[in-house]
Design a protein around this ligand. Structure first.
Ligand code: HPA
Length: 251
């Protein structure tokens, strides 16, 4: 049982439908401002926190999200576990548009992002173990929650984190496929490692919103992404409600 859960909402989830907001915390951190207020509210029957990664409305691009401030703020307010929701491109065939994936590995292709709390200035240099970047207990609980509401999810997959904000070239995706990536997104890192450094549980629920570059005829359009987001968010909401009912203590 998680006593305090935070949900980080990505593209398409800047507000959590069904969250009865009780408070909005504006938290200043040693790393600057988070993406917005941390909302505290009741979801299902439990108290949770919610933070919109890109702000509300969506305005912060993936490479400019202050990941350190976001994770620091959630830890500070008392969250222990994070479920991160994000939109991704599908690379391999088992990840068609509208598939939901709970990845179990990451390859990080981002650059120039502040990616540690241990930068050696006021803190020791620490090399945190990151062999298994997602918290297995949270992953299994998410799988149980999804099964209970009959929403199919793919158990496991390699999340390739790219810099953005542009989408990838077809050659980049082909390389990522050779590397073993199953899905591609722009926000999975450094969020996951910062959660690890902050000693928080962290798992990801990824919605495939388009075939990655070169994986379908033609170019990727915002229209197709928006369409997939609209349909997929209801599935995500169902899983989150089911998760909170089962695994987060009531308020
Ligand atoms: N690439 C990177 N990030 C994404 C994509 C993509 O194709 N779709 C949604 N987020």
């Amino acid at each position: 049982m998680s006593d305090t859960l935070a949900i980080i909402g990505g593209t398409g989830l800047t507000r959590l439908p069904g969250l009865r907001i009780r408070d909005a915390h504006d938290i200043q951190t040693p790393y600057g401002s988070p993406s917005g207020s941390v909302l505290e509210g009741v979801f299902g029957d439990s108290r949770i926190f919610f933070l919109a990664r890109h702000g509300h409305p969506h305005r912060i691009p993936p490479h400019q999200v202050n990941y350190r401030a976001n994770i620091w703020a959630l830890r500070h307010i008392g969250a222990r576990d994070i479920i991160s929701v994000n939109a991704v491109g599908g690379i391999n065939r088992s990840m068609p548009t509208r598939a939901l994936c709970i990845p179990d590995q990451i390859i990080d292709y981002t650059h120039g992002r502040e990616s540690t709390f241990y930068d050696g200035v006021d803190s020791p240099v620490v090399h945190v173990d990151f062999s298994y970047p997602y918290t297995e207990v949270l992953r299994s609980q998410l799988l149980v929650a999804a099964k209970a509401v009959k929403v199919p999810v793919v158990n496991g997959g390699v999340y390739g984190a790219t810099q953005g904000p542009r989408l990838e070239t077809a050659a980049e995706i082909a390389r990522m496929e050779r590397d073993g990536c199953d899905i591609v997104g722009m926000t999975g890192m450094p969020e996951a490692v910062l959660a690890r450094e902050a000693k928080m549980g962290y798992a990801c629920l990824s919605l495939v919103v388009n075939p990655a570059a070169g994986k379908a005829k033609g170019v990727i359009t915002i229209k197709e992404i928006d369409r997939a987001l609209e349909g997929g968010m209801e599935d995500i909401r169902k899983i989150l409600v089911s998760y909170v009912e089962r695994f987060v203590v009531g308020h």
